[in-house]
Design a binder for this molecule. Sequence first.
Ligand code: AMP
Length: 574
Amino acid sequence: MFGLMQDRPLMISSIIKYAARNHARTEIVSKNVDGSIHRTNYAGLERRARQLVAVLQSLGIKDFDRVGTLAWNGFRHLELYYAVSGMQAICHTINPRLAARDISFIVNDAADQLLFAETSFTALIETIAPTVTATVRAVVFLCDRAEMPDIKLPDNMALLCYEDLMAAASDAYVWPEFDERNAASLCYTSGTTGNPKGVLYSHRSTLMHAMAVNTADVFGLRAIDRALPVVPMFHVNAWGTPYSCPAVGAAMVMPGRHLDGPSLTKLMNDERVTMTAGVPTVWLGLLNHLRSSGERLETLKRMVVGGSACPPAIIDAFDREYGIKIDHAWGMSETSPLGTYTSPQPETQGLTGEASLRHRSKQGRGIFGIDMKITNDAGEALPWDGVAQGNLKVRGAWVASAYWGQEPGSACDAEGWFTTGDVATIDANGVMEITDRSKDVIKSGGEWISSIALENIAMSHPDVAEAAIIGAKHPKWDERPLLIVVPKPGKEIDPQSLIAFYAGKVAKWSLPDDVVVVEELPHTATGKVHKLTLRQKFADHLVKAAPYRTFRPYGIICSKFRALESDRLILNRF
Ligand code: AMP
């Protein structure tokens, strides 16, 4: 017997309809490509999204067609999110920081019909346009007529101006209802090993995720909040903020491409931002700026960090020096992305000092709706004792069941568990801690050494700006930890004293064998340290050079990583 409750489909359009009705005048502030500020509100966003549907229909977009976006966080990108999904087409957000050949692959694989691009990506569009003519019929630049770039597209690809099209479009569209399981948006993984793979979110998964994200122990956003997502709308839907903010009527402050410390500080203070979310490298840049300028963040109360492990030193610095709480979150493209979140429990609420910092540096408890387990290599479940490390597996209503173009269920085992590729512990309170990506864990003489734990220690050294640990080949132990560090400006790193800094903090057998000093670390298109490149460069380091610990103080190697398209690297972080 079914319950006798209404069976209303969970539609993405219902979020923007709700916000337009109940939070009509709540602001959406966007910093444009040229640095000027644009202001609209939820009523304006909903109306323009309906106009945009008329534009999309006039350009021939039909049910489930893919519409690609190459755009920053801003009001026009929000309009695309709601118009494309709301009309039952698929909004395909593309990460412009990927190498051009990956972007061409992604556009062709998704068979995008149109590309909506920011003018700052004109050169990129010029590069990829000839490679995507099989499906892309037009490129629409997200600007008005006066800002249209001077660009030559292939003959069969139209060049269009967003605001021209919008000016001529009616807003009479009525949002339809359809099956909530229908596809709504598509985002490709970064593909650091092999080709990127598409994750296809549904209306249902997106709404379930937004509702979970808005619970008090997760983002806990409220109508009085003003949220600034630094995390980009071009990767994993800006951690769901374009949906969770309007679902509670929180104002949105969109930074566009201006993600450096001074720009973020000004925007946060000018626009009275209360909550923000981004990857650790962005917060490191912001921290450095605040320290050097003496500026403060006047209204900011909370920062969410995720995407890679946040060094405790960053969490501690914002807390003690600026009174801002950092919440650590874990997730991935395949989990929409939020899977776990650090929030206090009765058992951890009273923790102070080091113990509190230790707790807040873990990735957190599973959010309601996400099941987690850790298993050994034989697939057997390991205990939640905070000690056993295993392969992290998840399942839930916003976890991928298959990649784009593959059979439903093909990304999971028979019981629906998705293998994340992360190695983790889970303690008796259900708090999960990532110790590594499974391909990054250091297997030394049969023991597993966590690269994240060793990196966090290096990051707490006063002279270290950034640190990465890789497993370097070793004749006796198979692999040993090698520490690669970037010094803070004006500082020099003495390898010997840096290794001595580890004393008493980790077991002696897990100390790094050596230190390499570099000018900067390579990063992926999603802001993570590109360990594959580091391994390619330094895997033989301990074999070639006798480690400092056994023989001598080791000479400093300075190496600068260049932005190599072939390696899919980026150096300008976000
Ligand atoms: P992506 O699909 O690009 O969002 O990357 C997902 C991966 O980022 C995860 O599988 C983790 O390896 C890593 N990751 C995300 N959040 C965290 C975190 N808080 N701590 C450590 N690793 C993280």
